[in-house]
Design a protein around this ligand. Sequence first.
Ligand code: NAD
Length: 367
Amino acid sequence: MSLNVAMIGCGIISATYLRVITTTFREIKIIGVCDLIRERAEKAQREYNIPKLYETMYDAFADPDVDIVLNLTRPYQHFDVTKAALEAGKAVFTEKPLGASFEEGLELVRIAKEKGLMIGGAPDTFLGAGLQTSRFLIDSGYIGEPVGAAAFFNGHGPESWHPDPDFFYQFGGGPMFDMGPYYVTTLINMLGGVSGVSGMTGATFKERMITAAPHFGEMIKVNCPTYISGTMRFDSGIIGSIWMTFDVYESQTPRVEIYGTEGTLSIPDPNCFGGPVGIWRPEDGQWKEFPLMFPYAEQSRGLGLADFAKSIETGRCARCGWQQPLHVLEIMESFTISSETGKYIELKTKYERPKPMDPSFKFGILD
Ligand SMILES: NC(=O)c1ccc[n+]([C@@H]2O[C@H](COP(=O)([O-])OP(=O)(O)OC[C@H]3O[C@@H](n4cnc5c(N)ncnc54)[C@H](O)[C@@H]3O)[C@@H](O)[C@H]2O)c1
């Protein structure tokens, strides 16, 4: 069986979803598209042969053929779109973050529960070959017992490539809310939930110049932290460090490393589905690349949505179900609260890791 999806938002990332979903996953079918800028929806419809174009998102929510709303709007728009879809009785899968604040995320989950609807969200890169192989190695004891973790994202911001980069610097933006979901989701998938965090945040540049067309030369006012350093205490007791910034040109830090009593694991870019996975053990005395043991090493955005659809169909837990993006949202926001209050923040949400992927399943079909 395949479930019908209405895509709201036909901006930059939508083409990737459209390409992957129309060629890979049998659990889902995009039956309609919608964008405030009609030409974007028309282009998507034309290029991917999508049956329907909705004039407004409300038309999509009113369509009885739609099983799932896919929310690909900007972070500060996620709440209104997801809320309206839920209130109209539709299950929602949203791009990251779940909301622009923890409060928004909590409210969306409350509405979904009240309505008896499923809600889930990106990222889904943790279901890919690189991160599933990494998780397998940790769970199988290849580095012994985990003792700590570190994650780094360094960059100088998306205004050099994104055509509408303003949202990256507004409510719900910044490197932690934009790239953090990949890194935090990866860490909790490897190591389990986080019980508390502390952080320091800042913003080096109060204004940024857009250097990509069509807004080249325009200035953006920065209204969110762009330099974040955080520490996490996992439920298991181990400590993780995270660093996310849009204020740095280059760096040689790793992406993610997990340290264990018997070795170190070098985890691939959490924003990608593939490898390489590196492992260092004392008996080797050098880094070795571990072969990927799971499918989906190529760009597979939509995998989490396909899994979500399968869970609606079968009643099993969705790997990207709300518990994960909500826990991630609370962690990300708590770094700033800690910075502003000078306090260690105990988290309210609890998290249980979703089950790993089943590598025996045929490509494009979920277990
Ligand atoms: N750009 C990327 O590389 C990328 C990668 C991964 C995830 N994401 C996530 O995907 C989401 C979208 O990012 P993007 O870069 O595609 O943004 P974008 O600004 O290019 O596209 C967003 C689109 O949503 C449309 N929209 C907003 N509200 C709407 C509404 N009510 N009804 C219909 N259309 C509406 C806008 O008109 C716009 O075309 C964000 O949450 C972002 O974090 C982006």
